[in-house]
Design a protein around this ligand. Structure first.
Ligand code: ACO
Length: 382
């Protein structure tokens, strides 16, 4: 009898390497970047500092942070050919397609694209982090039919993103909130997009190719695309009193409620907890649209937690409350998932750099269960 393989569908529960970057404790609902609890980083840190922490493995000193932040801001320019492409395609195709292609184009214009030293890869990481922000802001702005706005080196990463998207210096409260969202999305161990980034890099392909794999993987509605779908669901529900019948409809047809459930968290996602706290804080000061979305989201969360929380381990994930917060900041739904890529770029790069320190080609097995030794029949006789 043939040897029986043990199969872990979706690689569930499989460790493929060790890492020093991120701990996701799916039982206790805790998340740490390089050992620091996400709650502390959300309260005290910012996106630039968290990017440094992920890439370099330690919190920066003040001069280190200043020099890293100015490295990022000096790399914000979009290459002219890439900008031309964005101008041609923005609004005509899903923003994730445009982003993926734009990053590929940046690779072909970077003379260091195939230089594989750790120093070159760190520099390329900062370029990728900086340029992805500008590219996504440009896609968002040009999709609305507005004129392109140049990056502003004097602003922080989140502030500059909003400036390029909205064409004016953002309100400090909104820039701070976007910065917080970027911190919360910056890293999450070997999720699907990070894993695909590493798979690509493990062939000793280049960092841009690895990042493009991450972007392609993030797009799916079971992963980064869920934030967009979760907000569309809130709009579909329309008003809080419709929530119960709408959610019942989804559950009775055995479909998924977007923004709930997680492969690792079998409890409340700590990022969703933080975002919910901020949403509750801003709710009464926001637009009518956001107040309504927030009320629907809170009603849906209550219902889902009662119905599926403890009994089925299905709780809100990071994507559920993000939509109303992004709408409060003034971010269009079309760029929610690309914005996730902006935030996750430091995590992807950090993992790639770490994996290259002890690279091994990733090549798992599938268990072939089809027939063997079939007799080849010439085409005329089939
Ligand atoms: N709504 C309703 N039921 C759900 C949901 C949900 N969101 N998620 C899981 N379930 C149910 C499944 O139908 C299944 O039920 P069954 O056993 O009766 O068939 C059970 O829970 C287990 O589901 P799996 O798909 O096996 O769990 P998995 O670990 O693969 O799921 C996933 C994780 C893909 C995220 C899933 O929960 C889902 O589809 N959620 C909605 C999409 C989403 O929000 N994705 C974002 C995740 S976070 C991120 O990537 C940033």
């Amino acid at each position: 009898m043939a040897e029986q393989a043990s199969i872990n569908l979706g690689l569930e529960g499989v460790y493929f390497d060790e890492s020093m970057i991120c701990k996701v404790d799916g039982v206790e609902g805790k998340l740490y970047y390089r050992g620091y609890p996400i709650e502390a980083l959300a309260e005290h840190s910012n996106f630039e500092e968290v990017s440094y922490l992920l890439l370099y493995g330690k919190l920066p000193t003040k001069p280190e942070l200043e020099s890293f932040s100015s490295l990022l801001s000096s790399n914000r320019e979009i290459e002219p050919q890439v900008l031309e492409y964005i101008k041609t395609m923005a609004g005509k195709s899903h923003a994730m397609h445009v982003l993926r292609t734009a990053i590929s184009m940046e690779a072909s214009l970077d003379k260091q694209a195939d230089e594989a030293t750790p120093e070159a890869n760190l520099l390329k990481s900062s370029r990728l982090i900086a340029k992805t922000g500008s590219i996504v802001a440009a896609i968002g702005r040009l999709s609305m039919g507005a004129k392109y706005v140049e990056p502003d080196k004097s602003l922080g990463h989140a502030e500059n993103f909003l400036h390029m998207l909205q064409g004016e210096k953002p309100e400090p409260e909104k820039a701070k909130m976007l910065d917080l969202m970027m911190v919360l999305h910056a890293e999450h161990s070997s999720n699907a997009s990070t894993f695909s980034t590493i798979v690509t890099g493990s062939t000793l392909s280049d960092l841009y190719s690895a990042a493009v794999s991450g972007i392609g993987t993030l797009k799916g509605p079971l992963h980064g695309g869920a934030d967009e779908r979760a907000l569309k669901m809130l709009y579909d529900i329309g008003k809080p009193e419709n929530t119960e019948s709408y959610i019942n409809g989804i559950l009775s047809s055995k479909e998924r409620v977007m923004g709930f459930g997680h492969r690792v968290y079998k409890t409340y996602d700590p990022r969703a907890r933080i975002i919910k706290k901020y949403l509750t804080k801003i709710q009464s000061d926001s637009t009518e649209e956001v107040q309504n979305l927030a009320s629907i989201a809170l009603a849906a969360e209550k219902m889902m937690v009662e119905r599926l929380g403890k009994s089925h381990n299905i709780w809100p994930n990071v994507d559920f409350f993000s939509g109303p917060v992004y709408r409060h900041i003034g971010i269009p739904i079309e760029i929610f998932t690309p914005l996730f890529a902006v935030s996750r770029m430091p995590g992807w790069c950090a993992h790639m750099l770490e994996y290259w320190g002890n690279n091994r080609l990733i090549r798992p097995l599938d268990y072939y269960k089809g027939p063997l030794d079939l007799k080849y029949v010439p085409i005329e006789q089939r």
